[in-house]
Design a protein around this ligand. Structure first.
Ligand code: KIV
Length: 272
């Protein structure tokens, strides 16, 4: 068994580096609450991302922009209480790090102090590199996020595949290098051509985790609620559904309603 396939008692940024070096893959999922974080941690996931996708998934917002630092801290601290093994990465929400490295550092310190999370993630390349360096200078591990960066949705105007044109692809390649040089421990690449993701992964020594970035990266991340099939209305090509919980939950709830209405629940054994 390769070193990285041994069952890490605790996944650290060093373990991720080791997994990449050994040519093995890293598994990553989102979680926003104690109960689901506990299940996926006990199932053996390597990284749990407390994503700002909580803004969509938990709060029903159309974009990730409205979620606040306080709300992210609430979600992340719930997740951290559940986790024994996985590395917990917490997204820095929109408006807490762009354009001001000192504000970025203070936001990151609040996340680390108030959640017990192990690292933070932020979106962007050269535009936010001073914030990345400032946070890393305080000893906080940083994960980058390039490609389709949902906090910039109003700049892009669409959730379509990024970096299909040469100019954007070249900027992505140089941003990835910049983030590695600044000391990031890993990078998420979202919704970019598989070939470009492969090239970036080959050129970096830090792990690259893809979502809609093909198979030639060091690991994969999905939004937990999407891969469990808890919704019907989000169907990007990259999404594989492992369960159909929307239908399972609907069946269970319908049966409960019918049992209550028909006085089948509770029965004699289910009362005191
Ligand atoms: O917030 C999130 O869920 C993310 C993943 C899509 C990578 O950033």
């Amino acid at each position: 068994m390769s070193e990285s396939k041994r069952n890490y008692k605790k996944v650290t940024t060093n373990s991720l580096q080791e997994i990449k070096k050994n040519g093995d893959k890293i598994s990553m999922l989102t979680a926003y609450d104690y109960t689901l974080a506990k299940i996926i941690d006990e199932a053996g996931i390597d990284i749990i991302l407390v994503g700002d996708s909580a803004s969509n998934v938990m709060a029903g917002h159309e974009t990730t922009l409205p979620i606040t630092l306080e709300q992210m801290i609430y979600h992340a601290s719930s997740v951290v209480r559940a986790v024994n093994r996985a590395l917990v990465v917490v997204d820095m929400p929109f408006g807490t790090y762009q354009g001001n490295p000192i504000k970025a550092l203070n936001s990151a310190i609040r996340i680390m102090k108030e959640t017990g999370g192990h690292s933070i993630k932020l979106e962007g390349g050269s535009e936010i590199i001073e914030s990345v360096k400032k946070i890393i200078s305080a000893g906080i591990p940083v994960m980058g996020h390039l490609g389709l960066t949902p906090q910039s949705i109003y700049k892009f105007g669409t959730y379509t595949v990024r970096a299909k044109e040469e100019e954007e692809a070249q900027k992505l390649i140089s941003d990835a290098k910049l983030l590695e040089e600044a000391g990031c421990f890993g990078i998420v690449l979202e919704k970019i051509p598989a070939k470009l993701a492969q090239e970036i992964t080959k050129n970096l020594s830090i792990p690259v985790i893809g979502i809609g970035a093909g198979s030639q990266v060091d690991g994969q991340v999905l939004v937990l609620h999407d891969m469990l099939g808890m919704n019907h209305d989000f169907n990007p090509r990259f999404l594989r559904r492992y369960l159909n919980l929307y239908d399972e939950i609907t069946t269970g709830v319908k049966k409960y309603i019918s049992d209550v209405k028909n006085s089948d629940f509770p029965n004699k054994d289910e009362q005191y």
